[in-house]
Design a protein around this ligand. Structure first.
Ligand code: DLL
Length: 436
C-alpha cells in the first residue's frame, strides 16, 4: 500500500497525547533556554517567571515574546543555546528589512527540520520512486537545503537545481522526468509560462505535484499553476527563525497546513495587545520551538496573519492546521486610510482572467495616496485597440475598487514587460517610504 505518512505515529497521534508531549517538551525547553541564553533569562527574570512556573501548556502565556528586534539586538551569537562547537550549520534570512538573522543548527536540529520536510513530501504523495526537483535557492536561504534534506530522507531522487536558469530547469525536468516540483509559487507560474512558450502542453511533463511556499499566494494562483503545469499544487510554510520550510505543510485535502506540533507550539495573538486569541480567530502567529537545541526561540512573533483550526482533517493527520497566511502584518499597506493586502489585488486580477504578473505602486502626491496597479496583458489581448485597452483598464479598476473600496489606476502593459521572479517575488513598491 502507498505510504501516506512519513511518521504515522506522530502525525496521527490523538490530540490529547500531542498536548502531553508538548507539555513535557515545553518544560524541558524553557529550562534549557533559561540556563543557556542569558538574554532570554533576563527577559524572564524581568517578568518574574522561572522555569518551574511552567507546568502546563497554558503557562506559556506567562513568558515574554520574542521578535525580530530581539534577534537583531543579540546578533550574531546572543540567542545561541549550545556551544558553537556543537553547531553544524547556519542559515540566514535575506536581510531585506534590516540586519540578517542567523539561525544555528546542531545535527539534531538539522535532522528534525529535514524530517518535517520529509513529512511534507510524503503528504503530497512522494515516495522513493519520485524525482524531486528542488528549485528553491540553495545557500543561506532555507528553501533549497530544507526540501533537499527532506527529499533525501524520503529516499527520492533529488535534483538540487537551486533557483534560476529556467532553460536548464526545463531540460532536467523533461529529461529526468521530475515528478515533484519545489519552488516559490511565483517561480512555478513562470516555469508554467516557459513550458507553454516552448510548445509543451500541461500533460507533456511528468510532474504530479508541487510544493510551493516562502511567499503568500492565493487560491486563484493555485488554480492557475495547477492548470498550467497539470499538477496538484500544495502549500508549505516556514521561516528561518524556526528552522525553515516544513513548520507546516498541506496534505491531500489542500485545505490548510498541518503544523508539526511535536516540534512547534503555535499560538495566535492579537498583534496590538499580545492577547492570545481562541482557535478560529484571525491574528498573528507565534511559535515556540519545542525541541530545537541550538536556536530555540520561545514565543517568536512571526508577523504572519492567519487562523488556526483543530477541525478534523480527512487525511487522518491530527496536527492543528493554519490557514494560508493572509499577509504579514508588516506587509499590509494603508492607502488613504484603508487596509490593503496585496493578495486581495492578486485575487481580483486572476478572477478577471489576467496572469499573476503584476506590480503595485503606492505613492503620495499632494498629500494624497495613489495606488497604481501594473498588469500584463495576455498575448492574445495585446492586439486590441487603444480604446479597447482603456475599457479593460476601467473594468479592472472597478473590480479592484469593489473589493478594496478605493480607486486604483490600472495600467495594462505589454506581455513579458514585468520582471519575473525566480525566488520570492517583489510585487509592491511603496514610494512613500522612499520619500520619508
Ligand atoms: O521563506 C522558508 C520557506 C522556504 C518556506 C521554502 C517555504 C518554502 P524566510 O525567508 O525566513 O523563510 O521567510 C519567512 O516567508 O514569515 C512568511 O511571511 C513567508 N512565508 C513562508 N512560507 C509562506 C507561505 C522561508 N506558504 C516568511 N505562504 C514567513 C505565505 C509564507 N507566506
Amino acid at each position: 500500500m502507498k505510504q501516506r505518512y512519513y511518521q504515522e505515529e506522530i502525525e496521527t497521534m490523538p490530540v490529547s497525547e500531542i498536548k502531553k508531549l508538548q507539555e513535557r517538551k515545553l518544560q524541558k525547553q524553557i529550562r534549557h533556554v533559561y540556563e543557556h541564553v542569558p538574554y532570554y533569562r533576563a527577559l524572564m527574570d524581568a517578568k518574574g517567571v522561572k522555569p518551574e512556573d511552567i507546568k502546563c501548556l497554558e503557562d506559556i502565556r506567562k513568558l515574554p515574546f520574542l521578535s525580530k528586534s530581539d534577534l537583531r539586538e543579540t546578533y550574531p551569537y546572543g540567542m545561541l543555546a549550545v556551544p558553537l562547537a556543537d553547531c553544524v550549520r547556519i542559515q540566514s534570512t535575506s536581510g531585506t528589512t534590516g540586519k540578517r538573522v542567523i539561525a544555528y543548527y546542531t545535527q539534531h536540529d538539522v535532522d528534525l527540520w529535514e524530517e518535517c520536510c520529509a513529512r511534507a513530501i510524503v503528504a503530497v504523495g512522494g515516495t522513493k520512486e519520485d524525482v524531486v526537483q528542488v528549485c528553491y535557492g540553495y545557500g543561506l536561504f532555507t528553501g533549497g537545503p530544507g526540501l533537499n534534506g527532506g527529499s533525501h530522507k524520503v529516499g527520492s531522487l533529488t535534483l538540487p537545481m537551486s533557483s534560476g536558469n529556467t532553460d536548464r530547469q526545463i531540460q532536467f525536468m523533461m529529461d529526468l522526468k521530475a515528478t515533484i516540483l519545489c519552488c516559490t509559487p511565483s517561480y512555478a507560474a513562470y516555469i508554467g509560462e516557459s513550458l507553454k512558450d516552448r510548445g509543451y502542453k500541461p500533460e507533456d511533463n511528468f510532474l504530479k505535484a508541487g510544493i510551493f511556499g516562502a511567499e503568500p499566494w492565493t487560491e486563484e494562483m493555485r488554480r492557475d499553476i495547477q492548470a498550467s503545469l497539470g499538477i496538484k499544487a500544495y502549500d508549505i510554510y516556514g521561516l528561518t527563525e524556526t528552522s525553515g520550510p516544513g513548520v507546516a505543510f498541506e496534505c491531500s485535502e489542500q485545505h490548510g497546513m498541518h503544523i508539526n506540533e511535536d516540534h512547534f507550539y503555535a499560538e495566535v495573538i492579537d498583534p496590538e495587545t499580545g492577547e492570545v486569541l481562541p482557535e478560529g480567530s484571525k491574528g498573528e502567529l507565534v511559535f515556540t520551538s519545542l525541541d530545537k537545541e541550538a536556536f530555540p526561540l520561545i514565543r517568536y512573533r512571526t508577523r504572519d496573519i492567519c487562523v488556526l483550526t483543530r477541525e478534523k482533517c480527512a487525511c487522518g493527520r491530527t496536527h492543528i492546521r493554519m490557514s494560508k497566511p493572509m499577509g504579514r502584518s508588516d506587509d499590509m499597506l494603508i492607502i488613504r486610510g484603508v487596509n490593503v493586502f496585496p493578495s486581495q489585488i492578486e485575487t481580483v486580477l486572476l478572477n478577471e482572467g489576467y496572469a499573476p504578473n503584476y506590480r503595485i505602486e503606492v505613492d503620495r502626491v499632494n498629500n494624497s495616496d495613489t495606488l497604481d496597479v501594473f498588469v500584463e496583458l495576455l498575448p492574445e489581448q495585446f492586439s486590441d485597440t487603444v480604446s479597447g485597452v482603456t475599457a479593460m483598464e476601467k473594468k479592472l479598476a472597478n473590480a479592484i475598487k469593489t473589493i478594496l473600496g478605493i480607486n486604483p489606476t490600472v495600467h495594462l502593459v505589454a506581455p513579458r514587460s514585468i520582471e519575473r521572479s525566480e525566488g520570492k517575488a517583489v510585487r509592491v513598491i511603496d514610494k512613500r517610504k522612499l520619500h520619508d
